[in-house]
Design a protein around this ligand. Structure first.
Ligand code: AGP
Length: 644
């Protein structure tokens, strides 16, 4: 959605806000803007388009001495990068929005904005934009102006005005607010949209997400639902929405600041693809434990450690329900195959936005799992809240410590992908899969569905995955690596202009197919679809012609013959066929019938999505580059979807 930044301290706010907004641009890039408080006035600059346009404008002002001369001054300010919901991307719809003495940046949707707008207009407010946000600015300004009307007003007038406005705002919001006559404070508030306060020495920060703070501070408060924060130069005060002081300890973030930089790669997406071996190892590491002399063997074994998650509690669960969105839903689908295969328990993998509205039948003994990279996706949060309200224990699989999902879930399995900046998810997906396989194997063993020898075999296979992922990306040696990348680039150069690309696979390969197709849609804007390979003949085959590229994921050895028939069916309709399959056996099975085969190192068939998705990620990346698209910032998308 949108990204919010704020700074109050002893330095110039503008460069700090721009630096933070750069880190938040993945959340939206329709427009960008800042407001600084200086000499009793608000100085606002906002521009449609990417942040670089705002930077250029500020630089021109600095050189030409516009806007009062030289660089924009002020050490208190707020900033915003927008993903448009209400009102087209334009200068006037850009944030910050001002009303009277107040400037506001907002992430979320004010659902009752029409009604509030009417109320405010009847009291003389003149609106300048088509956004829902502007009502928040006018409402806060109204209560700031008529503060004596506010019942039980808070001693901090700006915070009190925000609290009064919050009582009337429906929907979701993270707000950053400044007032022209209060340069010594920023007020922030949240409901259903993430907001983080960063703590410094004589300076404080505000941001929608951790990467924007990493170069400045590691000490943060994650604002809780309905909370208000007042940021002053030397301290931060937290309040409930009713003005009651809140005391709690700050959290320390252990992410590396360098992890949020491109580190020499042309794009974050390519960097994040290449980070997968490390991210998989980091997620696997804490999940494995060597236990000398166990029930598994007399000499000791690698066992799975899921930390504080009491998986045994669900040993007899009649069902597992998993809800998620987008890529995380594809991980949920792969999880269905994993839990059913390893633990022999029925699994429903549901799209969170559907689950939340279908009045689901829920048995409190069921295990409910929510998967989310950000931990802030509105639909996934709503699904988890619904399950909890119906008596379920919620297990979250998330990459973001301190996220709303992590805080609201009963138990959390943390993936350790590090910050994922590119909008198209890569390392978050494979680390979600890793967490899922660890949990499924552990539960399978606890339920007695997996024999010790099988458990051992799968754990050994997982331990080899990071190195095999490295080989998928880089090949066996330096030149092998170049060869492998060159092959993917060649496929991309040959096929990037295809208007129809279909992905197919059976069982967990279907989950991989869905995820690979999504990557191509997101960053190449290519019409790509995924099918369960057996479904091809039930309709989609009518779409196949010589213009179609079909990418088949074939890692389920027992189904090679079936999948080979599907590849033949596509070839017979003139489609080009690319097959992603195991080195050796897979190559032999498909090389004669496919246009090209992309081999990946062998592992257990059931674990294949961990490796088989990587060629699809790379293919989409190089196709996007060949098309001249920016893979990190695809059109119309935002990284974290915190609105419905
Ligand atoms: C994936 O490439 C997309 N950016 C999107 O589908 C994403 O996975 C989805 O919005 C869910 O996000 P979450 O994992 O943060 O909940």
């Amino acid at each position: 959605m949108c990204g919010i930044a704020g700074y109050i301290g002893y330095k110039q706010a503008v460069p700090i806000l721009l630096e933070a907004l750069k880190k938040l641009e993945y959340r939206g890039y329709d427009s960008a803007g800042i407001a600084v408080v200086h000499n009793g006035a608000l100085h606002v600059r906002k521009t449609q388009g990417r942040l670089s346009l705002l930077e250029k404008r500020l630089e021109t002002e600095r050189l030409e001495g516009e806007g009062g001369g030289g660089a924009l001054q002020g050490s208190t300010g707020i900033g915003h990068t927008r993903w448009a919901t209400h009102g087209a991307p334009s200068d006037r719809n850009s944030h910050p929005h001002c009303a009277g003495k107040i400037a506001v940046v907002h992430n979320g949707i004010i659902e009752n904005y029409r009604e509030l707008k009417g109320w405010l207009e009847a009291r003389g407010a003149a609106f300048q934009s088509d956004t829902d946000t502007e009502v928040a600015a006018h409402l806060i300004n109204y209560y700031y102006d008529y503060y004596e009307e506010v019942p039980a007003a808070h001693p901090d007038r700006l915070a009190g005005a925000v609290m009064a406005a919050m009582k009337r705002l429906n929907g979701s919001y993270a707000l950053g607010v400044v007032a022209e006559d209060a340069p010594d404070r920023i007020v922030a508030a949240r409901k259903d949209s993430p907001l983080i306060v960063g703590l410094g020495e004589g300076e404080q920060f505000l941001a929608s997400d951790v990467p924007a703070l990493l170069s400045r501070t590691r000490e943060v408060y994650f604002l809780e639902e309905g909370e208000v924060a007042a940021l002053y130069h030397n301290r931060v005060a937290l309040f409930t929405g009713d003005g009651e002081p809140v005391t709690r300890r700050s959290c320390r973030i252990d992410w590396d600041a360098a992890a949020a930089e491109k580190d020499g790669y042309p794009h974050f997406m390519l960097k994040e693809i290449h980070e997968q071996p490390r991210a998989l190892a980091d997620t696997l590491g804490p999940g494995l434990r060597f236990v000398p002399d166990t029930s598994l063997s007399a000499i000791g074994e690698w066992d799975i450690d899921v930390g504080d998650v009491p998986l045994e509690r669900w040993k007899d669960a009649p069902r597992i329900v998993i809800a998620a969105c987008g890529t995380a839903w594809h991980a949920a689908l792969a999880a269905k195959y994993a839990f059913e295969g390893f633990a022999r328990v029925p699994v429903e993998a549901d799209i969170a936005s559907e689950y939340r509205y279908r009045d689901p039948i829920f048995d409190p003994r069921d295990l409910f799992i929510a998967i989310s990279q950000s931990g802030e996706t509105a639909d996934t949060l709503a699904a988890a809240r619904l399950a909890k309200a119906r008596g379920a224990s919620v297990l979250a699989i998330t990459n973001t410590r301190g996220s709303t999902l992590a805080r609201e879930a009963d138990f959390v399995l943390h993936t350790r992908a590090g910050p994922e900046i590119a909008v198209a998810s890569t390392k978050a997906f494979t680390t979600q899969l890793m967490a899922v396989y660890l949990a499924a194997l552990k539960l399978g063993y606890a339920r007695g569905a997996l024999q010790p020898s099988d458990f051992r075999r799968y754990v050994a296979a997982l331990r080899d995955i990071p190195e095999k992922a490295r080989r998928v990306i880089r090949g066996n040696g330096e030149s092998g690596g170049a060869d492998r990348i060159n092959r993917i680039k060649q496929y991309a150069d040959r096929y990037f202009n295809k208007t129809k690309v279909f992905f197919m696979g059976r069982q967990c390969d279907y989950a991989t197919a869905l995820e690979s197709a999504l990557k191509l849609k997101e960053i190449c804007y290519t019409h790509s679809e995924a099918f369960a390979a057996g479904e091809l003949k039930h309709g989609p085959i009518a779409l196949l012609d010589a213009e179609t590229l079909v990418v088949t994921i074939a890692t389920q050895r027992r189904l090679f013959d079936k999948v080979a028939s599907n590849v033949q069916e596509a070839a017979a309709r003139g489609a080009a066929n690319l097959v992603i399959t195991w080195e050796g056996a897979g190559e032999r099975a498909f090389e004669k019938i496919a246009t090209a085969v992309f081999p990946i190192p062998q592992t257990e068939d059931r674990l294949s999505p961990l490796l088989s998705v990587i060629p699809g990620q790379m293919f989409a990346y190089y196709c996007a580059v060949a098309r001249g698209n920016d893979p990190d910032k695809p059109r119309n998308l935002a990284k974290s979807v915190t609105v419905e």
